[in-house]
Unconditional design. Structure first.
Length: 158
């Protein structure tokens, strides 16, 4: 991969196998960015708001990108997305839904809630490799994200 900006990626997914495969796919694509995982929407919001086990900023740096599964226990991805986009301090964080759902209703609803992209999880590891390659290329190498540029100093933020 070419060198991109250093953003933290936060993955919210309740399936341990999916989390492992996502991590392996990013590693295979030589992603050097920090990759953190939470298991449901409640854990995601606690991470973002630095509450509970995520109170220490070292354990919960602000993500530059959230990958969000929709079907999770306690609080599903739809409700978590709604709360993230309703919070002015979190709304600018890009959220990409990465889910097994192909339901038109889910696609329309999540875009209506402010999701930045909707991706159906590939069924093969090769497909997941391709998705993570495109995600990192687009969100890390191409897109200008909020907080990446410090106008006063004229340099990219660390």
């Amino acid at each position: 991969m070419t060198e991109g900006v250093s953003i933290n990626i936060l993955v919210a997914d309740d399936d341990p196998d999916d989390r492992m495969l996502i991590e392996e796919a990013f590693e295979e694509n030589r992603l050097t960015n920090r990759l953190d995982f939470v298991e449901d929407g409640e854990d995601l919001l606690e991470y973002l708001q630095r509450r509970g086990k995520w109170a220490d900023p070292e354990s919960s740096p602000r993500p530059g990108l959230i990958l969000l599964d929709l079907n999770m226990p306690r609080m599903d991805g739809r409700e978590a997305l709604k709360r993230i986009k309703a919070d002015p301090s979190l709304a600018s964080i890009p959220v990409v839904v990465l889910t097994t759902s192909k339901q038109e209703e889910d696609i329309l609803r999540t875009y209506g809630l402010g999701v930045n992209s909707f991706i159906t999880k590939p069924v093969t590891f090769e497909g997941l490799l391709r998705v993570t390659q495109v995600l990192t290329s687009y969100w890390i190498e191409i897109v200008q994200l909020p907080g990446q540029f410090d106008e006063r100093a004229g340099t990219a933020a660390a």
